[in-house]
Every structure is written in structure tokens, then in C-alpha cells.
Design a protein around this ligand. Sequence first.
Ligand SMILES: [Zn+2]
Length: 137
Amino acid sequence: MTDVRVGSPPTKRTLTWRGFRKRCSACGERDIWAGWGRPVERCPRCGLAFERIEGHFVGAVGLNTCVSFVVMFVVLIVSMILTAPEFDLRILLPVNVGAALGMATWFMPISKTLWTSFDIMMRPLQPDEVDWSVAGD
Ligand SMILES: [Zn+2]
């Protein structure tokens, strides 16, 4: 990594877009996954450490929980409307549990990159944190 800043810091729009696409928030690299929802320690392109501080991904868990609850609530309301007036639990329960678990699993990697983007918005990248010749906008 170098202290010479070549790129400008990514904008909030760029950070958010990269987060939604499961890419490195600093440079946009896509090859950052060691497994489903498990990012490598550092971006192979710019060197950003994805766990910027200890406990960094607690925010991602919170974000994932909030999004999953919103989706589960919408699915619950729609499924109740569709099954009214019986509200058959044999249908409602598996549909809603499946929606909650499915959403939480699918959104997990996105929540991690999106949370890293939000974290960078709150605590901007430091000069020695990434290789600025490839990071930025
Ligand atoms: Zn990167």
C-alpha cells in the first residue's frame, strides 16, 4: 500500500452501489469471497481489510436482521390477505419461516459489503488503509 493518493474517495452513491453488488467498497473488486457470506480477510486488489475493527460485522448482522424482518412482515401480511379468513397455519408458518430464513441467507453477503460501505461513509478510508492507485471512484 502507498500513502500517495491517486484516486479520490468513493462517493456515497458508489459505496452503496458496490455494497449492493457484493463488491469491495473501496475499489469495486468482485473476487472478494472465500465462501457464501464469508469475505476474504483483505481485498486482493486494494488491500482493504473487510473487518475494519473488531466486531465490524455485528452491524451487518443487524442490517440483515432488519431487512429480513421487513421482508417477513410483508410476506406475512400478503399471505394473511391471501388466506383470509381462515389463516391456515399449515400454509402461513412454512411460507413465513421460509421467507425469513431464505431472505436472511440470501442477503447475508450483501449485508456485509453494504455494512462496510456504510462504515466507510461514517469512518472514511484512511491513507494507509487501501492502495489508492486502484481504490476510489
Ligand atoms: Zn478493494
